[in-house]
Design a binder for this molecule. Sequence first.
Ligand SMILES: Cc1cc2nc3c(=O)[nH]c(=O)nc-3n(C[C@H](O)[C@H](O)[C@H](O)COP(=O)(O)OP(=O)(O)OC[C@H]3O[C@@H](n4cnc5c(N)ncnc54)[C@H](O)[C@@H]3O)c2cc1C
Length: 443
Amino acid sequence: MPPAAPRPPLEGDLDVDVAIVGAGFTGLWTAYYLARADPGLRIAVCEAEVAGFGASGRNGGWCSALFPASASSLAALSDRSGALAQLEAMRESVSEVGRVLAEESIEADFARGGTISLARSPAQLVRARAEVEEARRWGQGEDEVGLLDAAEARGILAASSVHGATYTPDCAVVHPLRLVRGLAGAIVRLGVGLHEHTRVLSIGPGRLVTAGGVVRADTVVRATEGYTPDLPGEHRRLAPIYSLVIATDPLAPGLWERIGLRRRETFTDFRHLLIYGQRTADDRIVFGGRGAPYHFGSRIRPEFDRDRRVFRGLRKSLVELLPALADTAVTHAWGGCLGVPRDWCASVGLDRGTGVAWAGGYVGDGVSTTNLAGRTLRDLILQRDTDLVRLPWVGHHSPRWEPEPLRWLGVNAGLRTMAAADVEERMTGRPSRLARLVSPLVG
Ligand SMILES: Cc1cc2nc3c(=O)[nH]c(=O)nc-3n(C[C@H](O)[C@H](O)[C@H](O)COP(=O)(O)OP(=O)(O)OC[C@H]3O[C@@H](n4cnc5c(N)ncnc54)[C@H](O)[C@@H]3O)c2cc1C
């Protein structure tokens, strides 16, 4: 998509009820639900670049019911019923995104085809079975996640070396940049002030300081995700970990006949170092994965979005998965940073003492979780006593990351070990024990 003309920056001081830092999905959903709930509320969003500049405009477009922390971790924060309520809220969020897109006439190629997670080795099949057994322990039936045999799996996605798969209907695909731009347009129509090219230099109780002026507000919301470490005092809050993506040329209808993904199912497999893919509305494959290094001191630079080694690795993985794509050109490649909390558990909250609110730490599951965050922040800010404000992630504080060089050593060792575990499994066919040692560091 061509760049959108930026909206004017903040010039001068401003008094509002709610001031939001960051115009990604978190900031925009929060503004959207607040403005819908109370049209009289004065809301300002300050964005350092343009709406959707961050992960929200660049992601793999899985709008899923996945939450980055496991059900048992959520239960440890509350209890079994709290964990179940959070899982249900995630499923509802997928539908809610679709509902708002329809209501606001936002054309973002939304299609709810579910997710197929392929098991492509005996070791991966062990993990697929374990995942379904774990889902059953949490009361999820066949209609929420099921185990497919090899033939059923290949009927959805005719990939190489398929031993089986899991399938869940609880995922939609979206075009992320269309979604984020559509939301930005919707909040402006609702009367929210969206100030682009307005970097916030500091966030404090009741005020945001920007180069163009001070914004005074009863409540301020930090919605800066992977960029959070650049804010004063927030250096060890979240680690920015890079995820990179490639997109192919549109595939010919005959090729799609052979590959499948007829309902635009999102796809992955059970390897350790995550890959993710989708069939776009214009018949390309968008395919991403982790594996780019974490940069010392949580540095974020535009050049880190592009890593030739990772792009080559992604293309190799895609062709290995779908050999029919051997001659298909890769036409686009990009990347961006995720916000990763030390315990891998996203959180949302409002400190009533200071009036400072936040949401983030979604790792790679933010497309739908940001929607839940926006509705939850609405209820917290408007002091509504709803089921949403009682979910286990509300008010959770993740521990801070270790200081450097421990953080750099730990995260990169974790990423490399996951890649090594995949190689080991390919060679031996047996589940790697290496991966289990480091999974708390790299998901
Ligand atoms: C390559 C990639 C693929 C992904 N794929 C998926 C996927 O398929 N499914 C999924 O669920 N999730 C995915 N994610 C994660 C998902 O995109 C994010 O979790 C989600 O977009 C986070 O939204 P956000 O609004 O919190 O953060 P962001 O979208 O990063 O927005 C933060 C905004 O804050 C602004 N900002 C930062 N600092 C300041 C400041 N000081 N002043 C003003 N503004 C500031 C930034 O410019 C940015 O626009 C992916 C992420 C990446 C990078």
